[in-house]
Design a protein around this ligand. Structure first.
Ligand SMILES: O=C([O-])CC(=O)C(=O)O
Ligand SMILES: [Mg+2]
Length: 617
């Protein structure tokens, strides 16, 4: 009788969980196990038809120096690795020592990528163990620099590229991906990478980084993720002029050509992976919205910058209300300024509006809009008939042409205020309680504006959310200095806590990373057919309620990235519940007491499993 925990879990859990667990532990593998008496029966096993160098060079199979002697025998690699078998803890010691010798964050990025390319198990073990530190390397902010330099630091391929050369071929091309099971796809067209603008095919590092967090923070299996770039060209002149650039050397497709390109890709992907969750990432405005609206009711997809950013920003605002000793149900009492009218800015504000409407303390959606003052790169979206203020409008921030505001942005128009008022003028006029930055315009939260805000409110909520660090609307030091240490502060990219007049002022990070791994986990476990607005709203409330009273008092709004796996479990459980409530779940799970256990058990955890070679056939 086999005493394999994989089998035990299989009997204990649900169908979807079973499917994911059994994937690598086929009946055949378990039967085969009997033929290898040296294997401890408690050990998980993985089968492969590969042997020799092919095993050593496959990052999903390789254990580096950790292959046991009998494994070396079985897999035909005896003599191909140094003689001493070293367990993972020794490997980690060596890796960490080498990592510490890297001088810059970009060197660390290259080092981590090389590790991922050699040995994914070790890569994810290290990432999980040092999530707070290393998420800043493989993700925001260093990933931004890695995108800018992608064509110069390129080493080895990862993910899939679909370019204008591939039109008409995508349905066949998707079969080049080596894995039959894909749970999560992150796709970008590189048109607005973080706050860095159009980086074309260089944007590939973003899907790779996001998916590393899906695995490390959300427990998705590394074999079940697919990073994708849709290379529809770039309008970035310096990339177009650079002979080392790796993407298509033409300008971006626009209009119908663009949308039919994306459509071909969506159909191709759906054909091979009908159940995969698709995350649209870093698409510029308004494409981001148009694609979301086109596909959100047809397939299982969402836009990270619009919806996940919105969920975490809403969580931050709600937690800030608690930190001020108020109830989270009184969002309507806030006066909110949002600088940035692109996909993230509009997305965040829509999430806040939805929440106000849901709380039922505003009479109408219009009333909710009246609580938010939105500025684009020219200043307040106000009434041009009252005249435009020339004043100190923020620097151009690439949010599109002011003249072409669409109805989504025009909902925020303030008919009783002059058009294009500067941030400081708006602050003085309306005395905001919350200031959100989603502009990609560094320094746009000026000293005058933040000081004026601090004059009118005891605990000003200052959230410069643009990424990476140098695109932030203000720094943490500035926010605390200009508010005399009273700000409730969160930024999109990490900043260190600030010592101000003998007090430690807490910095929070509001990054969509707190939301998407848990969402993906919840969608995968419930096998939900769609992603819904309610899932994001519940995610926001879940995250907003995670900090203790003590933490809130000290200015901590919710757990940091270091606790991402814990956050993801909570978010996933909520997303599962909503999927069942809304009749979208297809997994045979009963929501209730064991939901969290099922979620926890379904999370992949990097550890070496015994490899067994199956004969080719
Ligand atoms: O990637 C990040 O850090 C957050 C995000 O989606 C963005 O800024 O576009
Ligand atoms: Mg993004």
């Amino acid at each position: 009788m086999l005493r394999n925990p994989a089998l035990k879990t299989v009997h204990a859990a649900t169908q979807s969980f079973v499917t994911s667990q059994v994937r690598n532990y086929s009946r055949r593998a378990l039967t085969t196990l009997a033929a290898f008496p040296d294997l401890r029966m408690e050990t998980m096993v993985q089968t492969t038809t590969k042997h020799g160098m092919d095993v050593i060079h496959d990052p999903l199979l390789s254990k580096g120096t950790a292959f046991s002697l009998s494994e070396r025998e079985r897999l035909g690699i005896r003599g191909l690795v140094p003689p001493r078998t070293q367990e993972m803890d020794k490997q980690l010691q060596r890796i960490i020592r080498n990592l510490r010798e890297c001088r810059t964050p970009l060197e660390k990025f290259i080092f981590m990528t090389a590790l991922q390319d050699r040995n994914e198990t070790l890569y994810y073990r290290l990432l999980i163990d040092k999530l707070e530190e290393l998420s800043q390397i493989i993700y925001t902010p260093t990933v931004g620099e890695a995108c800018q330099r992608f064509h110069s630091i390129y080493r080895r391929s990862r993910g899939m590229y679909f370019s204008t050369l591939d039109r008409g071929q995508m349905a066949a091309m998707v079969h080049n991906w080596p894995h039959d099971q894909v749970d999560v796809i992150v796709v970008t067209d590189g048109s607005r990478v973080l706050g860095l603008g159009d980086l074309g095919a260089n944007g590939m590092q973003i899907p790779i980084g996001k998916l590393s967090l899906y695995v490390a923070g959300g427990g998705i299996r590394p074999t079940s993720i697919l990073p994708v770039v849709l290379d529809v060209g770039t309008n970035n002149e310096s990339l177009l002029d650079d002979p080392l650039y790796l993407g298509m050397g033409h300008r971006r497709l626009e209009g119908d050509e663009y949308y039919s390109f994306v459509d071909e890709w969506v159909h191709a992907i759906q054909n091979r992976y009908p159940n995969a969750l698709i995350q649209f990432e870093d698409f510029k405005y308004p494409h981001a919205y148009n694609l979301l609206h086109k596909y959100q009711d047809k397939i299982c997809c969402f836009n990270d910058d619009i919806q996940s950013t919105s969920a975490v920003a809403l969580a931050g605002v709600l937690a800030a209300l608690k930190a001020r000793g108020k109830s989270i149900d009184n969002l309507n009492e806030e006066r909110i300024i949002c600088v940035g009218a692109g996909s993230a800015g509009v997305g965040v504000c829509e999430g806040i509006i939805d929440c106000m409407v849901e709380q039922g303390k505003v009479k109408s959606r219009e009333e909710a809009y009246s609580k938010i003052w939105m500025l684009d790169q020219h200043g307040l979206i106000g009434n041009s008939q009252l005249g435009a203020t020339d004043g100190t409008a923020p620097a151009p921030i690439g949010l599109g042409d002011r003249a072409s505001l669409d109805e989504r942005q025009l909902c925020y128009i303030k008919k009783d205020m002059k058009d294009r008022m500067s941030l400081e003028e708006v602050v003085k006029a309306i005395k905001p309680t919350v200031m959100l930055g989603l502009s990609g315009a560094p320094g746009v939260f000026t000293e005058g504006a933040v000081r004026a805000m601090a004059d009118g409110v005891e605990k000003p909520v200052v959230f410069p959310l643009s990424n990476p660090t140098h695109q932030s609307e203000c720094t943490a030091e500035q926010a605390f200095e200009w508010t005399d240490g009273r700000a409730i502060f969160a930024s999109g990219s990490p900043f260190k806590d600030v010592e101000y007049k003998g007090k430690t002022c807490k910095v929070n990070q509001i990054n969509n990373a707190m939301s998407f791994p848990g969402l993906g986990l919840g969608i995968t476990v419930s096998r939900s057919s769609r992603v819904t607005g309610k899932m994001f709203m519940e995610t926001a409330i879940t995250i907003a309620n995670m900090a203790s009273e003590e933490q809130l008092k000290s200015g901590v709004l919710f757990p940091g990235v270091g606790q991402l796996r814990e956050v993801s479990k909570e978010v996933a459980a909520k997303v599962c519940e909503v999927a069942y409530e809304q009749g979208l779940a297809r997994a045979n799970l009963t929501p209730g007491s064991n939901l969290k256990t099922v979620i926890e058990e379904s999370m992949w955890n990097p550890s070496y499993v015994s490899l067994i070679r199956l004969a080719d056939h």
